[in-house]
Design a protein around this ligand. Structure first.
Ligand code: SAM
Length: 289
C-alpha cells in the first residue's frame, strides 16, 4: 500500500539499513530492497508467525534480509542482537493484513465465521473471546467507546451481557449478530466494524505498542534518517501526528509530509482498504540526540 510514495519519500540508498516493523507479506520489502543493494540490510519484524513464513517465501531470493518474530516496540533489542545500533529508515504499516482478515480461522473479520481470536501473536494467551465473555458491562462499554469510538457502546455492551446468559460468545458471526441486534444495522459501515476494531486494538495492544515505539524511535534513527508510518484509523494517526508535532517543537524531526499522503484513485479502486490509509514521513534532524 502506498508503495510508490514510500519509495520516493524514503529514497533509500545502497548500503543503508531499513527497519520494517510490520513486514507482513513483504510487499514493501520487495520494493525497497533493490534500492539498498549492494550492501544494505533489511530487518523485518512481525508478531504473526504465519506472515513471517509467507514473507520468507516471498523474499527467498533477496540478500541482506533478516526476519524476526517480534513486536516492533521491542526493535531496539532485536537490532542489538543483530549488532545494529541505528538504522537509516523505519517503516510501520500499521494494523491488520488482508491475508489475516481473509483467513476465517484468525477471527479478525465479521464477514467470515470463525473463532473470536484476533491475536497477531498466537503465542500470547488472551483472545478476543476472553474479553467478550469476561468483561463487565461497563468495561465492555468503555472498551468499545475508547478503542472503537463507538457511539452505541452502552447499548451494545448491555446486549452482549444479555446474550452471554444463554452461553459463551465464541464466534465472529454470533458476536456480529448480537451487535447488529443492539444497533439495528443501517449506515455505511457494518454495525460491528467499531466493536471488532476495538477488540483487535485491545487484544494486540496496538496503540500502546505504537506509543512505546515512538518513545524510542529518535535514538534508533541515524541523523537524516527517515520515519514512515501508515495509519488506518484516526486513533493511530492522532498518536503519530502528536508525536511529530512534539518532535518538531523539540527540533528532533522535520515533517516531509505537511499533509498525510493518501492512496491515489487507481490504488483506491483496486484496494478498497487503501481508502483509509494515511502516510506520514519525517526526517530526523542532524544533531538531534
Ligand atoms: C498492514 S500489515 C503490513 C503489510 C506489509 N507492509 C506488506 O507489504 O505486506 C501489518 C502487519 O503488522 C503486523 N503487526 C501488527 N502489530 C505489530 C506489532 N506491534 N509488532 C510487529 N508486527 C505487528 C501484523 O501482523 C501485520 O502482518
Amino acid at each position: 500500500m502506498l508503495v510508490a510514495p514510500i519509495v520516493r519519500l524514503l529514497d533509500p540508498q545502497p548500503g543503508q539499513i531499513i527497519l520494517d516493523g510490520t513486514v507482513g507479506l513483504g510487499g514493501h520489502a520487495a520494493a525497497l530492497l533493490p534500492r539498498i543493494m549492494p550492501g544494505g540490510q533489511y530487518v523485518g519484524l512481525d508478531l504473526d508467525d504465519e506472515m513471517l513464513t509467507a514473507a520468507r517465501k516471498n523474499l527467498a531470493d533477496a540478500t541482506g534480509v533478516r526476519l524476526v518474530q517480534s513486536n516492533y516496540a521491542d526493535a531496539i533489542a532485536v537490532l542489538a542482537d543483530a549488532g545494529i545500533a541505528q538504522v537509516d529508515h523505519v517503516l510501520l504499516d500499521l494494523g491488520v493484513n488482508s491475508a489475516q482478515l481473509s483467513d476465517s480461522a484468525r477471527g479478525f473479520s465479521f464477514d467470515r465465521d470463525g473463532p473470536l481470536d484476533m491475536r497477531f501473536d498466537r503465542r500470547s494467551e488472551r483472545r478476543a473471546l476472553d474479553l467478550v465473555n469476561a468483561l463487565s458491562e461497563t468495561e465492555l462499554a468503555d472498551l468499545f467507546y475508547h478503542y472503537g469510538q463507538e457511539g452505541a457502546s452502552r447499548r451494545i455492551a448491555k446486549r452482549i451481557c444479555e446474550a452471554r446468559r444463554s452461553g459463551r460468545i465464541t464466534t465472529t458471526r454470533v458476536l456480529a449478530s448480537v451487535v447488529e441486534s443492539a444497533t439495528g444495522g443501517g449506515g455505511k459501515l457494518h454495525p460491528a466494524t467499531r466493536v471488532f476494531m476495538a477488540l483487535r486494538l485491545n487484544i494486540n495492544q496496538e496503540l500502546e505498542s505504537l506509543e512505546r515505539f515512538l518513545e524510542s524511535v529518535t535514538g534508533l534513527l541515524r541523523p537524516a534518517g527517515k520515519l514512515a508510518v501508515i495509519a488506518f484509523q484516526s486513533l493511530e494517526d492522532s498518536i503519530v501526528k502528536r508525536f511529530l508535532r512534539t518532535a518538531k517543537t523539540a527540533g528532533t524531526f522535520r515533517s516531509l509530509t505537511p499533509r498525510p499522503v493518501v492512496a491515489d484513485a487507481a490504488e483506491r479502486a483496486c484496494n478498497p482498504r487503501s481508502r483509509s490509509a494515511k502516510l506520514r514521513v519525517a526526517e530526523r534532524l542532524t544533531g538531534a540526540s
